[in-house]
Each structure stands twice: as structure tokens, then as C-alpha cells.
Design a protein around this ligand. Structure first.
Ligand SMILES: O=C(CO)COP(=O)(O)O
Length: 214
């Protein structure tokens, strides 16, 4: 299973979390990656953990103040990017443009979606993966795999109907190994989570618990 920990803008120590994630990833069957703030990509990547951008803009080099260039994220050490997170929704044309930007630097890509219909639309744009995350469950600690298992099953079916090669992740409220196992049993190839690790008193213990049953 792929475990992508999105640090959002939480006030955690990204290097502490990344160091723990790298250790856990090396000593388990899970692939654990960290998506820190753009300014922390370089230090996080320096720990050796797989590092993702939380977003890249569709822009190329040029007069684009405030944009997160895919090239800059890659140079800092990122190897993938989230797109269209529910806290950073994009227009369809911008998702497509950002996927092109990610492709320029060979990034792995995950396009987030609220529901199976959006998953199908996102899969049609040709990312490596889509992630279904019901916004109402994000940050609640109630796992999507338990609260709404059908949305995960339907997302898996919706993506497969469009493009079998697109992986499906699920997220929202995932915080324990049991949640990850439940996601796997529903057909997900990975999970996307944030608060269960970024807000934990002991992020290493939280990460170890997540991958323990895998
Ligand atoms: O938005 C999420 C991951 O990108 C999920 O957040 P939580 O794990 O805090 O519910």
C-alpha cells in the first residue's frame, strides 16, 4: 500500500515526521511518502523519504508570481504532486495544465476528488492515481473506510471503468492500521492522510501503527 501523508499547513516539524516516515517505509511493506509545505520540500527530501508537492501550478518558467513551479519542486527533491485537493480546488483546465506541468518533470500524480463521479472525470485526465476524499470526513478522525465504504468501492469501480491503469487511493479520517487494511480490502491501492500523523503527539508511533498490519 502507498501511504501519502499530507502535512497541509499544520504546525508540525516536517523533518521529524519525514525522518520517522523514511524509517517506517524502509522497515515495512508500505511505501510512505510525505507532502510538506513547498518551502520544506528540500529539507524533507534530504531525509531520504519520498517527497511530494501539495500542488504544482500549470505554469512554466516566466512571469508567474506566487506560483509553485513543477521544475522548482523537482529541483528541491520532490518526485510527485497532489492536485485538486479539497482544500485547494482547481478548474478542470488547471488540473489538466498542472498534470502537463507534472509530466514535464516526470512526477507521480494524484488528482483528488470528492466522489466517484469526480473520480471518473479525474481519471479521464490521465493521472497516475486518483484519491477519493469526502470533504465532510476530512480532519474528523472518522475513517472514510468505515463511515462510507461504498464511496471507496464506487470510486474504485468508477476509475476502472475509465482507465484500469489509474490507481485509486482514499482519504479522510484515516489514522490507524485497521483503517489502512479496511481501505485495502475495499480495493484501494493507497491512502491519503494528514491529521492522524501531523497532529499526533508521537508521529513515529502513529506511522508505525499505520503500517503495522500490512
Ligand atoms: O485531507 C486529507 C489528506 O489530504 C485527509 O485529512 P485527514 O487525514 O486529517 O482527515
Amino acid at each position: 500500500m502507498f501511504v501519502l501523508v499530507n502535512l497541509k499547513a499544520y504546525p508540525c516539524d516536517p523533518v521529524e515526521v519525514a525522518t520517522a516516515a523514511h524509517e517506517v517505509s524502509e522497515s515495512s511493506d508500505a511505501d510512505v511518502a510525505i507532502a510538506p509545505q513547498a518551502a520544506a520540500i528540500e529539507t524533507v527530501a534530504g531525509t531520504g523519504v519520498e517527497t511530494w508537492a501539495q500542488h504544482v501550478s500549470p505554469n512554466e518558467h516566466g512571469s508567474h508570481t506566487g506560483s509553485t513551479l513543477a521544475e522548482a519542486a523537482a529541483e528541491a527533491g520532490a518526485t510527485g504532486t497532489l492536485l485538486n485537493h479539497s482544500e485547494n480546488r482547481l478548474k478542470l483546465a488547471d488540473i489538466d495544465g498542472s498534470l502537463d506541468a507534472a509530466e514535464r518533470v516526470d512526477f507521480d500524480t494524484v488528482v483528488c476528488a470528492n466522489n466517484p463521479d469526480q473520480v471518473a472525470a479525474a481519471a479521464a485526465l490521465g493521472p497516475d492515481a486518483v484519491a477519493v476524499e469526502p470533504p465532510e470526513l476530512i480532519g474528523t478522525g472518522t475513517p472514510v473506510s468505515q463511515a462510507d465504504p461504498d464511496i471507496v468501492r464506487d470510486a474504485v469501480d468508477a476509475a476502472a471503468a475509465v482507465d484500469e491503469s489509474v490507481d485509486v487511493y482514499c482519504g479522510a479520517g484515516i489514522s490507524t492500521g485497521d483503517d489502512v487494511v479496511a481501505a485495502e480490502e475495499l480495493g484501494a491501492d493507497g491512502v491519503l492522510l494528514a491529521s492522524g500523523v501531523a497532529k499526533a503527539d508521537d508521529p513515529q508511533a502513529a506511522l508505525e501503527d499505520l503500517v503495522d498490519p500490512l
